[in-house]
Design a protein around this ligand. Structure first.
Ligand SMILES: C[S@@+](CC[C@H](N)C(=O)[O-])C[C@H]1O[C@@H](n2cnc3c(N)ncnc32)[C@H](O)[C@@H]1O
Length: 393
């Protein structure tokens, strides 16, 4: 049995488990791999060195990828590229063969109360629990067999049962200011969430996390995005997610260049924000995108086009099915020009071989050398074997 509050639960894209495992072992050598099932894994930590419950003085056990960790109180438990969410474990409940969520929810609340009572001095729960997040780890790669990562109907049903079956005195204690708060799942910065990870119908892991960014607002770090019926490609999903994640102020009148734009799902996410888009691609754009008054198709490879086309560009977006070094060469050429003033870049790097994941720190260094100080890399929920980079000056 794992000790309460001395292990972390992580989830990732299905199929990226081994990459996440390598990343954690490398960046956080003091964490000890403990358990995994599909896209879900747990890691033990030494509570003396790593103090996530003491939020104000939280420290990291190893090297990490972002400076945020040192400066920001609303910091993530871990900084990873491949970890989609990171939850502080409050133990698990297993009732072998039990499929009735009602039975499991009783055990759930008992375990929650026991865990919270074991840390009475902690400031973590001092303002109660604001949200209840129930989610299942992915069971397929995004887009495969029509699977798209998201909160499943089983998870939604269990969330309702957990809220309904919470004993009155426990609810009074954990949601003292707003008894209806648990109806909504969308968290806000600084809020405390209680997590129920349905690894299997008879194996639930319980934990907690703070809302620190766009992804941690949602159960399992899963943004509630659905491909619109008029989207011309799945790329809409990853760019919509990337735009929300990066927080880039791309809106009315923003000038964007979308390299590798065909057929145009990514451009649609920009056009829906009333941005101007120059789409660069030798392939054909979808007629619906071509017909948009804010869209211009620069047909050809990025290396073949006249630079004056990009004069007004402030944002570069790229999604080319080429090696990362090619994408970076193309971006460097534009980002470092004196006659262009690029504010930010949002782009995919295709990891044709998972081994390329070990090159990510070098890619970040290279981008930093172009004058971009804020660089985040994440495998988004709708990225397949690739990562998204958001870089701004
Ligand atoms: C994954 S698709 C892009 C999907 C697109 N972002 C969307 O939103 O629908 C990759 C695209 O990169 C384009 N591409 C590959 N090499 C390119 C280059 N050197 N310059 C411009 N586009 C390129 C391909 O023609 C292809 O259409």
């Amino acid at each position: 049995m794992q000790k309460i509050f001395s292990s972390l639960c992580l989830n990732c894209q299905y199929g990226a488990q081994h990459v996440l495992k390598e990343e954690i072992s490398h960046c956080y050598p003091d964490l000890r791999f403990s358990y995994s099932r599909g896209a879900f894994s747990t890691w033990l930590f030494d509570p003396v060195r790593f103090k996530p419950l003491d939020h104000e003085t939280m420290i990291s056990t190893g090297a990490h990828c972002s400076e945020n960790h040192k400066t920001n109180k609303n910091t993530r438990l871990l900084e990873t590229v491949f970890g989609r969410s990171c939850i502080l474990s409050m133990g698990k409940i297993t009732c072998p063969g039990e499929t009735d969520p009602a039975t499991m929810t009783d055990a759930f609340w008992n375990q929650v109360v026991e865990a919270i009572d074991s840390v009475p001095e902690s400031p973590w729960f001092s303002s109660g629990i604001h949200r209840i997040h129930v989610w299942q780890p992915d069971t397929q790669e995004p887009g495969k067999h029509r699977f798209e990562p998201g909160v499943t109907s089983l998870a939604q049903e269990i969330q309702r049962k957990i809220v309904q079956n919470c004993p009155g005195d426990v609810k009074q204690r954990l949601a003292p200011n707003d008894q209806d708060a648990w109806q909504a799942i969308e968290g806000y910065l600084g809020e405390t969430c209680l997590d129920c990870i349905v690894v299997a119908p008879d194996e639930w892991w319980i934990g907690t996390h703070r809302v620190v960014d766009e992804h941690s607002r949602w159960p399992g770090g899963l943004l509630p995005l659905q491909l619109p019926s008029d989207a011309v490609s799945r790329a809409w999903l990853k760019f919509e997610e990337g735009l929300r994640w990066s927080g880039f102020p791309i809106g009315q009148g923003s000038h964007c260049v979308d390299i590798g734009s065909a057929p145009g799902g990514g451009s649609q996410a920009l056009l829906a924000r009333d941005a101007f888009v120059v789409g660069v691609d030798p392939a054909e754009m979808d007629p619906a995108v071509l017909a948009h008054p804010n869209f211009v198709h620069a047909r050809g490879k990025i290396s073949q086009l006249k630079r004056k086309l990009f004069r007004k560009a402030r944002w570069l977006l790229t999604d080319m099915n080429v090696a990362p070094s090619y994408t970076l060469d193309a971006l460097e050429e534009l980002a470092c020009r004196d006659d262009l003033s690029i504010r930010g870049m949002l782009f995919t790097l295709k990891l044709f071989d998972w081994k390329l994941a070990t090159e990510i720190p070098d890619y970040v260094q290279r981008i930093r050398s172009w004058g971009f100080s804020q660089i985040n890399v994440r495998q988004l929920q709708f990225n397949r074997q690739e990562v998204m980079v958001a870089a701004s000056r």
